[in-house]
Write a protein that binds this ligand. Sequence first.
Ligand SMILES: Cc1cc2nc3c(=O)[nH]c(=O)nc-3n(C[C@H](O)[C@H](O)[C@H](O)COP(=O)(O)OP(=O)(O)OC[C@H]3O[C@@H](n4cnc5c(N)ncnc54)[C@H](O)[C@@H]3O)c2cc1C
Length: 458
Amino acid sequence: MSRPRVVVIGGGPGGYEAALVAAQLGAQVTVIEENGPGGSCVLTDCVPSKTLIATSSLMAALDGAGDLGISVGAGHARAGADRLNARIKDLALAQSHDVATRLAAAGVDVVPGRGRLAGPGRVAVGDREFDAQTVLIATGARPRVLPAAAPDGERLLTCRQLYDLSELPDELIVVGSGVTGAEFASAYQMLGSQVTLVSSRDHVLPQEDEEAALVVEEVFARKGMTVLSRSRAVTARRAGSGVEVGLADGRTVRGTHCLLTVGVVPQTDGFGLAEAGVELDERGFVRVDRVSRTSVPGVYAAGDCTGVWMLASVAAMQGRIAMWHALGEAVQPLRLGWVAATIFTEPEIATVAVGVSQREVDSGNVSARAVKLPLATNARAKMDGSRDGFVKLFARSPSGIVLGGVIVAPRASELILAVSLAVERQLTVDQVATTFAVYPSLSGSITEAARQLMQPSD
Ligand SMILES: Cc1cc2nc3c(=O)[nH]c(=O)nc-3n(C[C@H](O)[C@H](O)[C@H](O)COP(=O)(O)OP(=O)(O)OC[C@H]3O[C@@H](n4cnc5c(N)ncnc54)[C@H](O)[C@@H]3O)c2cc1C
């Protein structure tokens, strides 16, 4: 029997993770990628930003070193843009190389260039054409650009242009207080920039747990950041040697640099999707079902181009699910309620999506109970000098099954796995509460929260 043929357009996590699964299942796989293996995730977005944040977190730790009895010396620790940005770019390229090596070892053929759907089961790159029973679209998204705030790559920047700066911004205006805006505002504040965060909403991170967002906003303010709430930026332009951001109410904000984080647009135009009949939604994202099928048989889509949830882990899972489904394996459709996500601010906010919010629990609209343990009550946090944050758990009433949680803490991204396991395995608070946690540890607050949610049996 001949091997099934799979062609993947786009080599980010949606594409390369799918390619690895397809190869493991015996398919002959080609990945077409125009920028480099690993895609934007590795080369410009997730990996570079988290590498930047590794440095800014260390700066934050140094900032608090005095409280732990360390004298950092008369001079102030300073990050240098040249070495910092060189490290970020080198690490991104090395990570891309690792992805290329993994794909090659799995027997996946990577073709550089821009792929185009040329017809049913046909993908073209330049004058080459590939046949495939299964095509996966994993072409990602790019930063949205507003005509009245066009980036110039020098002072007016998208998040992909930050690593070309030869100096750290003295005064950085961040427009947009969603995840990307909050992460960069936090990082550059720690790196020594004077940051102004322009937010059109009541508070930063409007999509997140309100109490978690408030903790981060308080830390921002304490570190000296200016947060302009309910302030919509309408223009951003060069002014003298700096920049000027115009707000809808007529005020202007001045700084040396401006970072624009005003959303993303899907990369779904100009390579034959519409001509092939692949249905897009009103914003241009590819419509998919929970096993990543598009409207065209044999064509699947995964990752940011579907707009389902802009996370590398979700992209990768959509890609794997697509291949398991296409190649005849048993498959569990995508469950968004199980997704763990982190906002890499200082402190981090990590959540397991619960489909239930604190507000709904408080109003009695859902039969669940919640408990929040401030970090300040945790012995390990006290030893570490960490005051800001909490561990919150939600459990269904009366069964006690863990529905999810929110952790605001240093390295919350590492702590949330315990909650993810509890949610996915449908553990009860009793089961979590009787699990041993190390003393002293931050994860001890997870078992303690579960204990507080236990209810005596009648
Ligand atoms: C600043 C920032 C930080 C982030 N941090 C995190 C994080 O910490 N954790 C997390 O989970 N997620 C994070 N994300 C989101 C994450 O980067 C995306 O969800 C992830 O990259 C999506 O993967 P993807 O495979 O869909 O697309 P991408 O990674 O965007 O890859 C798509 C690839 O397709 C290529 N392509 C497009 N069209 C074609 C074509 N026609 N032919 C050939 N190639 C094509 C593109 O060049 C690109 O390389 C972050 C995003 C940003 C912007």
